[in-house]
Every structure is written in C-alpha cells, then in structure tokens.
Design a binder for this molecule. Structure first.
Ligand code: C5P
Length: 226
C-alpha cells in the first residue's frame, strides 16, 4: 500500500483582522509565522506544498529561506477562500494521504502530528481539537450551552486524499462554505477521529494573539517539534 503523505499548508490568507499584510509572513520572534510551521513539519511527509497569496512566491522564499530548508517545498497560488485554497493544494499533489496545517497556527508539536498520522490510518479522517474551557452562551437569547458536549476544532487535520476530494466536490455542489476540512468530510457522513491538540495550537488572528505568540516563542526552541 502507498503510504505517501503530502503536507499541505494553506498560507494564502490576507490577515485582514491582524492588519499587518499576509498573515503567514508576520514575524514571531523574528521568523515568519509560516517558517514556524515549516520547521515543525520538516521531518514529516514525502511532499510539502504551500499555498501563497498571488505574487508572493519570491518574497515567501526570501523571508523563509534563512530559517528553514525549502528544497522540498513546492509553492502554489491560493484561492479566494480557505476552501478554494485547499482545493488548489489537493490538485497540486497526488499523494494518497494528506496532512493539512494552517500557517496561522505556529506552535505545532511532534506528538500531535504523530497521533494524527496514526489516527488517519484507522479512520481516513482525523483532526486535532481542544476542549472548551469558557462558559458558552447562545448569541440570540443568551442561554447557556453545555460546553461538555462541544469541542473547538484545530489543525492539523489529516485525510485520505480521495475522501477529501469527494468532500470538497460535495461541499461545492451543496454551496457549503467550510472554515476547515473535517467539517466537509463530516457532511459526507464520514466519521472524524478526534485527536487531542491543545491550547498551544491556537490560531494567530488578532494583535492580542500575536502578543501571546511572542510570549510562547520566547519559551520555545524554534524548529523543535516537541
Ligand atoms: O483566516 P484564517 O486565519 O481563519 O485562515 C486560516 C488559514 O487559512 C491561514 O493559514 C490562512 O493563511 C489560510 N487561508 C488561505 N487562503 C485563503 C484564506 C485563508 O490559505 N483564501
């Protein structure tokens, strides 16, 4: 059986909520966000494909080169939405297994990657998640929602490529707009195996997240996928 894994990184977002240009290139401890994820994934997958905003390949290479080995990285142009970007990444590789990780989550660890790659072999679809800690209420009427029955979805996620292609095609057919890929696969009626991620996998979205990322980076060795 072909166990080839392609690592696919959506990094084509424009970072509008952060307001510092394309988010994947905003520095944390002097290194672009994208370089953090590339370093964590350096020892995983047989192929690595990164989706960038239009016209960013030369700059992306120049900004990441001082920090990570880019020899096995291929670059593609992203789409209008994350969903469209992932479709372009899927089209760029024929590997039967894919691991998808958002460049906006810089602190990826080796234990999560390994757990996810194990889980996907069992169920063909797996995602990192984090248990919720805050009290949750509904927007419309303020009614509390039992957080014990809910999870926050993170990346990395991993899939059998054929299954994810089918999920994206079905999502397009139904006009479904998803912010992640496990949601699309779930819509097919296919189970997802949930792998405990953690708060360190937080997504950098706002300036406050960036300050938090700087603080985390100060205590973390770059490239150490531990
Ligand atoms: O916008 P958000 O932070 O939710 O995006 C999650 C990830 O998807 C980011 O790594 C971002 O670069 C990527 N993305 C993309 N193409 C888009 C929009 C977002 O690759 N059109």
């Amino acid at each position: 059986m072909d166990n080839t894994v392609a690592v696919l990184i959506p990094a084509a977002g424009m970072g509008e909520r952060l307001g510092q240009g394309p988010k994947a290139f905003v520095p944390v401890a002097g290194r672009p966000l994208l370089a953090w994820s590339l370093a964590a994934l350096d020892r995983f997958g047989e192929e690595l494909v990164v989706a960038l905003p239009q016209g960013w390949q030369v700059r992306a290479q120049a900004l990441c080169e001082p920090w990570v080995d880019l020899r096995r990285v291929r670059w593609v142009e992203g789409g209008e939405t994350r969903q469209a970007t992932v479709q372009r990444l899927l089209a760029a590789s024929a590997a039967p297994w894919v691991l998808i990780h958002d460049a906006a989550r810089p602190f990826l660890d080796e234990a999560t990657i390994r757990a996810l790659l194990g889980a996907v072999q069992r169920t063909s679809a797996a995602s990192a998640y984090q248990p919720l800690v805050d009290t949750l209420v509904r927007v419309d009427d303020g009614a509390p929602v039992d957080r014990a029955g809910l999870r926050a979805v993170q990346t990395p996620q991993a899939f059998e490529r054929r299954l994810l292609l089918r999920a994206h095609a079905e999502g397009e057919r139904r006009g479904y707009r998803a912010t992640d890929d496990a949601g699309l696969v779930w819509c097919l009626g296919h189970p997802i195996e949930w792998v405990l991620g953690g708060s360190h996998l937080f997504k950098v979205t706002t300036p406050a997240d960036l300050s938090l990322a700087e603080a985390v980076a100060a205590n973390r060795r770059f490239g150490a996928a531990t």
